[in-house]
Ligand binder design. Structure first.
Ligand code: HEM
Length: 486
């Protein structure tokens, strides 16, 4: 046999093995006899998502709408990886709350020895996550979140100076709100003083610089091999920068005494059983990873919706001004509690533009759905399509309409408990949900108390999302007219 024949035969053999492996992977749900969406070769059910033609929330929404009511869950494939998509709110409640012990993992990739900052709360699973979660729960108590409010209001003052004194201007709202969120992260998660925020802001835009979807996918599928090959999720200069900042701020903090509690670094190192410094740095990075994009998105989407509905904007502003007057112009915890309508506006923003369009879990034990024949096997990946649930017309009438009245107490009580989960919930819910809400409210107070927002020629209506991101973000920066009001 000559060389050409050998090469051809080897190539044919390799292709046949590859083809068989793909077919076996894409036959998982059929073999288990579970209702599933028919997969396409290689791409499974997310072809449009991989090539950037549609957002992942639309793909999940289509599967949810197509199968809801037929079974508690449906199988689908993200490329070759089988996932369960939950269709039934009772099952959502079981996974998130009542039977959360079966679903404590997310199944994300982390490599603590090669990439120490990946040992954060968002990425870790198993006993390491449990220990970290117990210590972090001590940090994010209501009392501690309350203590951080004074610093938060100081930082939010930059919004006024960024808006300036012009009576009418067209502004890039995405940049405006991002400057505020980055300042909060730099200051509270990393302990940086104001003058150092520019370099910090640069690195927050660069840590995904080396990201390749196929490598991330392989790391998820074969984490042991990825760790052996020392695969790193983030650009190394960026993680080196974040680690250096957190470690040096922790040391500086120990040299100062009797300082007011103003950062997560302080709260972690003052805890009863403190983490070591590298572990604390990993949490600071995890907060950036988990929190920055949704904070930016929520404030941007909120102003966008209020700009399009001037009466709702006026009502929100009236409440803010009245409440501030009653509290001597100070944003106190009491004042935030009284901003009921503003909070409804925020919740409606999180419903209509859900920053995390889905929640991820991995079954750590087999789970038999009570009173049925369905079983979620150990190791199965589970997605809860929160964005699809938030736009389900059987739960939210006329779901595309922005209507904060949906979050009046009575309306909330009339919906099932798992119908609104922008922060997830239960054991693996957003540990900082209370802090994030506080940060968003403080930001909205500053943005709305002295300025009015309206669409301009550059406002994209209807909103378009960036298909290349898993978390929801506008496709292009949100721009609005901003008018100063005396
Ligand atoms: C609008 C802002 C935010 C939204 C909508 C949001 C939403 C979420 C969601 C949906 C999850 C997954 C929950 C689940 O799987 O059940 C999550 C997890 C997490 N979030 Fe947030 N988040 C926000 C802000 C923040 C901020 C500001 C921080 C940090 C200061 C933060 C830290 C975390 C962490 C550490 C986790 C992982 C918790 C764990 O697995 O134990 N988030 N967040």
């Amino acid at each position: 046999m000559d060389l050409l024949h050998r090469v051809l035969l080897t190539a044919l053999g390799a292709f046949s093995v590859f083809y068989a492996l793909v077919k076996i992977s894409l036959g998982y749900w059929k073999r288990r006899g579970i209702l599933h969406e028919k997969p396409k070769f290689l791409w499974g059910n997310i072809k449009g998502v991989v090539n950037g033609k549609r957002h992942v929330q639309d793909a999940l929404n289509d599967i949810y709408a197509g199968y809801k009511g037929r079974a508690p869950f449906v199988g689908f494939y993200a490329c070759l990886k089988p996932f369960i998509l939950v269709l039934d709110l009772k099952l959502v409640h079981q996974i998130v709350f009542t039977d959360a012990g079966h679903f404590t993992s997310r199944g994300l990739y982390s490599n603590p020895s090669g990439e120490p900052l990946s040992a954060n709360l968002l990425q870790l699973d198993g006993h390491k996550w449990r220990a970290l979660h117990a210590k972090s729960a001590e940090v994010f108590t209501p009392a501690n979140v309350h203590k951080l409010l004074a610093r938060l209001t100081q930082i939010s003052a930059r919004i006024q100076s960024d808006l300036g004194r012009e009576s009418l201007q067209t502004r890039n709202i995405s940049e405006l709100v991002s400057a505020y969120s980055v300042d909060v992260m730099a200051s509270m998660a990393f302990g940086l003083a104001g003058q150092d925020h520019e370099e910090f802001a640069k690195w927050t835009r660069n840590y995904w610089a080396d990201f390749k979807l196929w490598r991330a996918y392989l790391a998820l599928e074969f984490p042991l091999i990825a760790r052996l090959l020392q695969y790193k999720s983030y650009a190394e200069p960026a993680t080196a920068y974040f680690q250096k900042v957190a470690l040096s701020q922790l040391q500086a903090q120990r040299r100062r005494d009797r300082q007011p509690l103003q950062t997560f670094l302080q709260l972690y190192s003052n805890a009863d059983q403190p983490l070591d410094d590298v572990e604390i740095a990993a949490q600071s990075f995890g907060f950036l990873l988990a929190g920055l994009a949704p904070l930016n998105a929520s404030l941007g989407f909120c102003l966008y919706e209020l700009a399009r509905q001037p009466e709702l904007q006026e009502r929100t502003r009236r409440e803010i001004k009245r409440t501030l007057e009653q509290h001597g112009g100070q944003v106190t915890a009491e004042c935030l509690r009284e901003l009921r309508y503003t909070k409804q506006v925020l919740n409606e923003t999180l419903r209509l533009h859900t920053p995390y369009p889905f929640l991820v879990r991995r079954a750590t034990k087999e789970f038999e759905l009570p009173g049925s024949v369905f079983v979620i096997a150990r190791g199965n990946g589970v997605l809860i399509p929160t964005a699809a649930i938030h736009r389900d017309p059987e739960i939210y009438e006329d779901p595309e309409r922005f209507d904060p009245d949906r979050f009046e107490e009575e309306a909330k009580r009339s919906r099932p408990p798992a119908a609104f989960l922008p922060f997830g919930d239960g054991l693996r819910g957003c540990i900082a949900a209370r802090f994030a809400e506080q940060q968003l409210l403080v930001g909205l107070v500053e943005l709305l108390k002295g300025h009015r927002y309206a669409p301009c020629a550059e406002t994209t209506i209807p909103m378009e999302y960036d298909n290349r991101r898993l978390l929801l973000a506008p496709k292009s920066d949100i721009k609005l007219n901003v008018e100063r009001i005396d």
